[in-house]
Design a protein around this ligand. Structure first.
Ligand code: CA
Length: 259
């Protein structure tokens, strides 16, 4: 490929003409917004040269610092403190991406991990999320969709802890600044997006939160083609909180019960 030296941050000014890459003749190109935090560290682990090189180009054109690996083995060492988000392919030549995900999650609990893969079976989605991924995008994917998710993950990563009153509803307490949550005094172990989703539901406890709003606020997208990721997160929360805590309003959204 257009060899990017491993280990070097590639955030150099784009080569002449590179910016024209942007969303190539796609009609929604003008909707792309520039990243507000820049440069932000993204580690892309992807062995497909065509996908990797075009993603690196597009992400760089948005102002992100991107490091790219074609194998999973070195991912742990590469995901140092400068990396806020890992975009991770599952089908890698040397190791399975799910294992890489698990190891990254253990080593860096605060890291955002977005799995990008051709595997689209529900079990694969669940395996990826169980291994600690925050998000999951199936190939072929839409660039605008990927960039929206990247923005959302990096924005959350950039949120500095602040003095905030804990949110309370039912038996759940949320401390957003510390990113901790408890139910009946027991601390909940939540993945990053589960935490965000629970915080939103608790803030609106007793009221319906629409799927559209959740997708927009938690995943930063209006795209509703598939909300498997959302469904999986709700399932996980129910599992952790008790099945009666979150009510599904079919076709509308979810409500955290206050009883
Ligand atoms: Ca692959």
């Amino acid at each position: 490929m257009v060899g990017r030296p491993y280990g070097a941050w590639v955030n150099a000014p784009p080569a002449p003409g590179q910016r024209q890459v942007k969303p190539r003749q796609k009609p929604h190109a003008q909707r792309y917004r520039r990243a507000s935090v820049s440069p932000s560290g993204i580690l892309l682990v992807e062995d497909d040269e065509a996908i990797a090189s075009s993603l690196v180009r597009v992400l760089e054109s948005q102002g992100y610092g991107v490091r790219r690996l074609a194998r999973g083995g070195p991912a742990l060492a590469a995901a140092d403190g400068d990396v806020s988000l890992v975009i991770l392919d599952l089908g890698l030549p040397d190791t399975d991406g799910v294992d890489v995900c698990r190891r990254l999650r253990t080593a860096r609990p605060e890291l955002a991990i977005l799995i990008l893969t051709a595997r689209d079976q529900e079990l694969d989605v669940v395996a990826g999320l169980d291994a600690g991924a925050d998000d999951y995008l199936v190939k072929p994917f839409r660039l605008a969709e990927l960039l929206a998710r990247v923005r959302a993950h990096l924005r959350r990563a950039a949120v500095a802890p602040g003095a905030e009153e804990p949110l309370r509803a039912c038996a759940v307490t949320i401390d957003r600044a510390a990113r901790r949550a408890w139910r009946n005094g027991d601390e909940l172990v939540l993945r990053p997006r589960e935490f965000e989703l629970l915080a939103l539901l608790v803030a609106e406890a007793g009221r319906v939160v629409t799927r559209e709003r959740i997708m927009r606020e938690i995943w930063d997208t209006d795209w509703l083609g598939s909300t498997k990721t959302l469904d999986t997160h709700v399932l996980a929360l129910r599992h952790k909180l008790g099945p009666e805590t979150i009510t599904t309003l079919r076709g509308v959204g979810y409500r955290l019960e206050t009883r």
